[in-house]
Ligand binder design. Structure first.
Ligand code: PLP
Length: 279
């Protein structure tokens, strides 16, 4: 495995995290996960837009221009001959003596690497089980920050319950999944939480909304309740690595017929057309 460490490509064994890196001590940094299909990064501009926005929102400078970052990521894909998989890219505020306030001097540190992985076609076909969990995260979930403990605890609760994802809610209003956006279908209309500070503005979410529009599926970017989730005809989650995955049971109760629904299938097919593959 090759590591992109700042602007250098180095071997995995040579990569070292400084104990005073603020990403390590405070989770003071931002990240992206970018899907690679056939050796090409998918929605790269959208991911870099979001990376820049996340950095701006935490008042952290980025180490390189957009062009240079793009060039480095493409070099990384080439170095590891990555065809199917994803890039993990993180940038921290850098290394400085431990103090919560920003250091007066520090250089951001970029780390990235490529992971080979196939599309989760079994999950796409058969769906997953989800549980519901209270959303205990902070109020800036729109920032893709390294602070993921809320997500980690929610996902572990799902795994402990024999499920694959935790669907989060704030006082009964569904926000998103621990690492995915959540959609429901009710009376052939697609519902998903609006892109505000309570959810990550998923790139796959945005792609899915555009595909729905193209397919003539009515869309409502409006908050919906746990009751709406439980009585939905269809539920699905979206993310960079999962694409569109049906949820066939919530808290052990089947969603709709207990099988992936027609609207979900239609959107999966449209998504596959967009990325140029078929299962
Ligand atoms: N919501 C959360 C909390 C996430 O962590 C993620 C991805 O990791 C998503 C949604 C999906 O976002 P994207 O489609 O950009 O991968």
């Amino acid at each position: 495995m090759t590591i992109l460490f700042n602007d250098q490509l180095i071997a995995r064994d040579e990569a070292r995290v400084d104990v005073e890196d603020r990403g390590y001590q405070f989770g003071d940094g931002v990240y992206e996960v970018i899907r690679v299909y056939g050796g090409h990064p998918f929605c790269l501009e959208e991911h870099l837009d979001r990376l820049e926005r996340s950095a701006r929102e935490i008042r952290m400078p980025l180490p390189y221009s957009r062009e240079k970052t793009e060039h480095l990521l493409l070099q990384l894909i080439e170095a590891d001959h990555l065809k199917e998989g994803y890039l993990y890219v993180q940038i921290t505020r850098g290394v400085a003596p431990r103090d919560h306030a920003f250091p007066s001097k520090s250089e951001p540190v970029l780390t990235a690497y490529a992971v080979e992985s196939q599309r989760p076609t079994d999950l796409m076909k058969n769906g997953i089980r989800a549980i519901t969990q209270e959303d205990i995260r902070w109020l800036r979930c729109d920032i893709k920050s390294l602070n993921l403990l809320g997500a980690v605890l929610a996902k572990q609760a799902a795994v402990d319950a024999g499920a694959q994802e935790a669907i989060l809610h704030r006082n009964g209003t569904v926000t998103e999944g621990s690492a995915t956006n959540v959609f429901i279908v009710k009376d052939n209309t697609l519902w998903t939480h609006p892109a505000n500070h309570l959810i990550l503005h998923g790139i796959t979410r945005a792609v899915t909304l555009k595909l729905a529009e193209k397919e003539g599926i009515p869309v409502r970017e409006e908050a919906f309740s746990l009751e709406d989730l439980r009585s939905a005809d269809e539920v699905f989650i979206t993310s960079t690595t999962k694409e569109i995955v049906p949820v066939v049971a919530v808290d052990g109760i089947p969603v709709g017929t207990g099988q992936p629904g027609l609207v979900t299938r239609k959107l999966q097919q449209a998504f596959e057309q967009k990325i140029g593959v078929s299962v």
